[in-house]
Design a binder for this molecule. Structure first.
Ligand code: TYD
Ligand code: MG
Length: 457
């Protein structure tokens, strides 16, 4: 590895300067310029996926003349993972998996490694956190065999590089990037410079040797992957593995994908034998529902390209003392406040002296505008102590004047609700003309929240 010039990088925003500066001219933060080895420039150059397409684009080609080869994707045996990756693993890509400690990142990657090793791939599992025997213990529990799975407890990148050159694995797992050490960098393991350098190095390996690399990244308290945002910019795909450690459901979410759509989710259940895929998520999210209970409303929310039915629960009780409380779990706090204000003004409900507790069940986070109508109806239902029929569901965005606004993918939402046996779906009136097919489910258009309240209660 050629040692080259050094540069100074702002640890806050990533601004690069050839000389030391006390204050970053880009973001204005003091004392954050840290000296780094220039080598990452070459790493960055080869980190762009241009290498693979360069043969084709060396001179301009008419779009019609580009011979189209189907993207080679490796399908794992986990359909949910394939979905999140946009249809399977693209060979030579660098995939970052972030998540809270104990959520199951190592478990997921151990299972994937086992499957890949069983289907003809050579897998090198580098762990900086566990010894080989500890990984083996987990693998045994998960029932993973596979001759071509190699465990390698190591944190020193120079040894890892050497091993890769000797072994030529097809897949490399780095668990985790924060424990890896690039010996040429003087700063501490886990520091921003180390993480950046290690990632650049891995990108280099992925693109030059066409090795698919999965990298585990810890997340900070704030929920972002530790290290600068630049880390997410460098890699091809960023997945977040989330869920409530108190629940057994885990959601794998794609937030960046150079080779597929983002906002796809995959749902798993953590069991004693590892992670099991959940093929029909709506059923599990509605499983424990008390049908016809006050304050419960079902929404058809789109998670990526997949419609999922989730129950929204509200509990509205008179405030006994002081200011009214508002808590929301799995829902955006601001959205809840806005909807309550709209109901107050446009639905003539007296909510200001009521405590409100809201949650989405099953540990899913709902943050789509189309959940507004269900949110509103669940609040009204609890406030009025009147249940909503267990076979009703809702879709619609609510505006500040109380109007129910049009949502996207209405067709898919209606079909999913019908598939799960719902009898009525309330949708925005403007969405009514959107399809021609005859549905079994009764479709009811509503124009305002007041209109919806009138039709339901
Ligand atoms: P782990 O993969 O070590 O989490 P991470 O790498 O994200 O920190 O998973 C840790 C949790 O998963 C641990 O609390 C135990 C649980 N678990 C199971 O419930 N079943 C299993 O088969 C395995 C391997 C782990
Ligand atoms: Mg782990």
């Amino acid at each position: 590895m050629a040692k080259a010039k050094t540069k100074f990088v702002c640890q806050n925003c990533g601004y690069v300067s050839p000389k030391y500066l006390g204050r970053c001219p880009n973001c204005g933060v003091w004392n954050q310029m840290v000296e780094e080895v220039e080598r990452s420039e070459t790493a960055k150059a080869s980190a762009t996926p241009s290498r693979r397409v360069s043969d084709l684009t060396s001179k301009p080609v008419k779009i019609g003349d580009v011979s189209f080869e189907k993207e080679p994707r490796v399908k794992t045996q986990m359909g949910e993972l394939n979905r999140v990756l946009g249809g399977g693993i693209v060979p030579g890509s660098l995939i970052l998996i972030g998540g809270d400690p104990g959520i199951g990142k190592s478990t997921l990657l151990t299972q994937v490694s086992g499957q890949l090793a069983n289907t003809g791939g050579k897998v090198l599992y580098v762990s900086g956190e566990e010894s080989a025997s500890q990984i083996k213990m987990r693998a045994d529990r998960l029932g993973i065999t596979g001759d071509d799975l190699y465990l390698y407890p190591q944190t020193d990148m120079s040894y890892i590089r050497q091993t890769i050159d000797d072994m030529h694995p097809d897949y490399l797992i780095i668990d985790s990037v924060q424990t890896m050490d690039e010996p040429e960098i003087t700063s501490a393991v886990g520091s921003i410079s180390q993480i950046r350098e290690v990632t650049a190095e891995l990108m280099n390996i992925a693109k030059q040797q066409n090795i698919t690399i999965f990298v585990v990244g810890h997340v900070t308290k704030g929920g972002a992957i530790a290290g600068p945002k630049i880390l997410e910019h460098m890699v091809d795909t960023v997945l977040y593995f989330e869920g409530d450690t108190n629940h057994s459901y885990r959601i794998l979410r794609s937030v960046k994908n150079r080779f597929g759509s983002t906002n796809e989710i995959g749902i798993f259940e953590m069991q004693t034998k590892g992670l099991i895929e959940v093929a029909n998520p709506s059923e599990i999210f509605l499983e424990e529902r008390l049908v016809d209970a006050n304050g419960s409303a079902v929404v058809v929310s789109m998670e990526g390209t997949r419609p999922i039915l989730v129950e929204i629960q509200s509990l509205i009780t008179p405030t006994v003392f002081g200011n009214a409380k508002r808590t929301a779990t799995g829902l955006d706090h601001n959205r809840v406040s806005v909807i309550m204000a709209v109901l107050e003004k446009r639905g003539n409900l007296m909510l200001q002296n009521q405590d409100a507790y809201l949650k989405s069940t099953g540990g899913v986070k709902l943050d789509e505008p189309a959940i507004d109508l269900a949110l509103a109806m669940s609040i009204v239902s609890s406030y009025k102590n009147m249940g909503i029929s267990g076979t009703d569901c809702f879709v619609g965005e609510v505006g500040l004047t109380g109007e129910v606004r049009r949502v996207n993918r209405i067709d898919q939402r209606v079909n999913e609700a019908e598939k799960l046996g719902f009898k009525r779906i309330f949708i925005p009136k403007n969405n009514l003309g959107d399809w021609s097919k005859k549905n079994k489910i009764q479709i009811i258009g509503v124009s305002t929240v007041a209109d919806a309240m009138h039709k339901i209660f």
